[in-house]
Design a protein around this ligand. Structure first.
Ligand code: AR6
Length: 170
């Protein structure tokens, strides 16, 4: 199957696809932003499953069911908190994308959507985060059978314009 990358501006919880990625925190017990939206839409059974997992280190990823979402799975990853740029932030963001994609590959997930990990409360510079997300994803889907389609979901205009420019220009 032809691999593809798409860009949309929407609420990630509304997507009817195999898996969505959550920009979680290390506790995996919910929070604000996209994490809060996903927990609200998936329902309380998600929190119960997350409690059993017992947390997730920064840069790692864990999979749960999607519960009330249309998406069958949720891949929870923890992006880095941007501090000064000298605390391994870029390495950790690359790991968050790579580990999420690896879980999708293991579970033979065909279609997956990513939010703009770390670019909200965690303060990672948006342009740099988008370059990392796109570069890692392009390389991964070229080398692996799954996922076959990756959707980058932007919630704010600024991120949407940044992704659009990068995806168009190379
Ligand atoms: N659909 C898609 N994207 C969204 C949605 C949504 N419904 N809501 C927000 N975004 P953030 P982080 C975008 O702050 O920076 C949480 O409290 C948002 O515009 O959700 O990784 C966690 O529990 C932004 O571009 O995640 C952690 O404590 C992007 O999602 C912490 O925030 C990420 O913003 C993680 O911070």
């Amino acid at each position: 199957m032809q691999k593809s990358i798409e860009l949309v501006k929407t609420d990630i919880t509304t997507l009817d696809i195999d898996a969505i990625v959550n920009a979680a925190n290390q506790s995996l017990l919910g929070g604000g932003g996209v994490d809060g939206a996903i927990h609200r839409a998936a329902g309380p059974d998600l929190l119960a499953e997350c409690k059993k997992i017992g947390g997730c280190p920064t840069g790692e990823a864990k999979i749960t069911k999607g519960y009330n979402l249309k998406a069958k799975y949720i891949i929870h990853t923890v992006g880095p908190i941007w501090k000064s740029g000298t605390e391994n932030e870029t390495v950790l963001l690359r790991k968050a994308y790579t580990n999420s994609l690896s879980i999708a590959n293991e579970h033979r997930i065909k279609t997956i959507a990513f939010p703009n990990i770390s670019t909200g409360v965690y303060g990672f510079p948006k342009q740099l985060a988008a370059e990392i997300a796109i570069k890692i994803t392009r390389a991964f889907i070229e080398k692996n059978k799954y996922p076959q389609k990756v959707i980058f979901v932007c919630f704010d205009e600024e991120n949407y314009n940044i992704y659009n420019a990068i995806l168009k220009n190379n």
